[in-house]
Design a protein around this ligand. Structure first.
Ligand code: UDX
Ligand code: UDX
Length: 451
């Protein structure tokens, strides 16, 4: 039976659910979209002028769609929206399990399971239930089992429609996706969801697969992307030892059409809510299916990332320890153009510097100081959050760049040299600063992957 999706509900108003639903509402004026979240403060923020997440272009879209065909409500008010929905997206977080079987590796599906129960209790008629969050392979089995035991008389089809947006470019990625992936078992349900995306995505970019391939493709895509960063970071250390330049090497690699130029920027390490969690989930799946070789292979990608963060932190720590012990950290977000610092390399680097007894002065363009301080394991006595770059750098013995914010690429190094401590060095963990200007100003400069 052919069906049309006219009412959408989405559970989870986070970095994925919020922007994705805003773009669907923007591009599909004939569809009514309701975003539901347990967190009342987050919903209040979505309904205010100070949105809970920073993403270029997002505020403008929310402004023109909110109150038209997009609304944000709390889960307590959400039952009617689920009852009305033809399609419910599950966009809640799937963190790494901290206890029970698979602790430390497997994804925790308890939020997904509670969403499935909530949908089972409130849905009416025939409802598509769509996995938007990244899930382990065969998570749809769990959702189907819960839906089948629901009290209401609704019927369901489960689809996997993983989101490939990257933070910082979420709106661009959603508006012009490389591809939209829909995995499922029922062709009519797949087409009903494809019809939503056809409002703005070309048909050839809408890929259809089986459920399990869709679930696994998302995990594998993140693992491949993380693997590229670890590969170039492994080369960065060799560049430093051999006086090669990692950006030159990357540009040669990237000009081979089989390799391609993207995702070859050497860094202090990858962060973000997905790569580590999804690699751990993949490793757990490999182990579960007794595939020790593949598990060790993907573990290697994570190990290089830890090693890279550690070695760059140690370079800055060693210099600061020999001098006055003050380190300015420029950048806390896991990448530029987001206020997100989940799994940011800055967390591990800061904790390592604090463990070495150093004093930290932290600056970021968007990350809230209060929220970040909760990630620091040694309390905040040795830490000062600074409202300006000058305040962070004043008196610092080492300046450590951890996020590639555009502003850090354009710093006035002469002015900073005048206020930094005597003999201060710069450690650029993103290879973004103007090294020539920093050296000309008088700084000693280390830059990742630059021999
Ligand atoms: C991220 C990843 O991007 C995604 O692919 C992964 O699978 C999960 O984590 P994200 O949108 O960034 O998703 O997560 P987050 O910003 O934490 O948002 C999740 C939202 O779901 C939160 O606002 C939380 O309050 C809400 N939630 C969680 C519910 O509404 N109900 C629940 O039962 C659990
Ligand atoms: C990633 C995937 O790109 C996206 O498709 C998926 O939906 C969610 O996970 P995200 O984590 O938001 O997106 O950002 P991404 O741009 O992938 O960057 C991840 C991390 O890798 C960042 O810390 C970034 O700085 C780092 N990175 C990325 C590098 O160090 N070098 C690169 O060349 C690219």
């Amino acid at each position: 039976m052919k069906r049309r999706v006219l009412n959408i509900a989405c559970i989870g108003a986070g970095y994925v659910g919020g922007p994705t639903m805003a773009v669907i509402a923007d591009r599909c004026p004939d569809i009514s979209v309701t975003v539901v979240d347990l967190n009342e403060a987050r919903i209040a923020a979505w309904n205010s002028d100070a949105l809970p997440i920073y993403e270029p272009g997002l505020a403008e879209i929310v402004k023109r769609t909110r109150g038209r065909n997009l609304r944000f409500i709390t889960q307590a008010e959400g039952a009617a929206a689920i009852a009305q929905a033809d399609a419910v997206f599950i966009s809640v977080n799937t963190p790494t399990k901290t206890q029970g079987e698979g602790a430390g590796k497997a994804s925790d599906l308890s939020y997904v399971e509670s969403c499935a129960r909530y949908i089972a209790d409130h849905a009416t008629g025939h409802t598509l239930v769509i996995e938007k969050s990244t899930m382990p392979v065969r998570a749809a089995d769990t959702i189907k089992r819960i839906l089948a035991n629901g009290k209401g008389g609704a019927t369901f089809h489960v689809l996997s429609n993983p989101e490939f947006l990257a933070e910082g470019t979420a709106i661009r990625d959603l508006e012009k996706p490389d591809r939209v992936l829909i995995g499922g078992e029922d062709p009519d349900s797949i087409e009903a969801l494809a019809e939503v995306y056809r409002h703005w995505v070309p048909e050839k970019a809408i890929l259809r697969t089986g459920l399990w391939s869709a679930e696994l493709s998302k995990l594998a895509a993140n693992a491949f992307l993380a693997q590229r960063v670890s590969s170039i970071n492994a080369i960065s250390a060799l560049c430093e030892a051999t006086e090669a330049d990692v950006d030159e090497v990357a540009s040669v690699l990237g000009s081979d059409s089989r390799i391609g130029p993207k995702f070859l920027k050497s860094s202090v390490g990858f962060g973000g809510s997905c790569f580590k969690k999804d690699l751990l989930s993949l490793i757990y799946l490999c182990e579960f299916y007794q595939l020790a070789g593949p598990a060790a292979y993907w573990q290697g990608v994570l190990d290089i990332n830890e090693w890279q963060k550690h070695r760059i932190a140690e370079l800055a720590a060693a210099h600061a320890r020999r001098n006055g012990g003050i380190v300015a950290i420029l950048g806390l977000a896991f990448k530029k153009d987001t206020n997100d610092f989940r799994e940011s390399p800055a967390i591990d680097v800061c904790n390592q510097l604090l463990a070495a007894g150093l004093q930290l002065r932290l600056h970021d363009e968007r990350v809230e100081a209060q929220a970040f301080s909760a990630c620091l394991t040694r309390g905040t006595k040795s830490v000062r959050f600074c409202g300006s770059i000058d305040e962070a750098v004043e008196g610092a013995d080492a300046i450590l760049v951890l996020t590639e914010w555009d502003r850090y690429a354009k710093l006035d190094w002469s002015a900073l040299f005048a206020i930094a401590a005597h003999g201060a060095s710069v450690f650029d963990g993103r290879a973004v600063i103007d090294r020539v200007a920093a050296r000309a100003a008088g700084f000693k400069v280390y830059s990742v992957g630059k021999g």
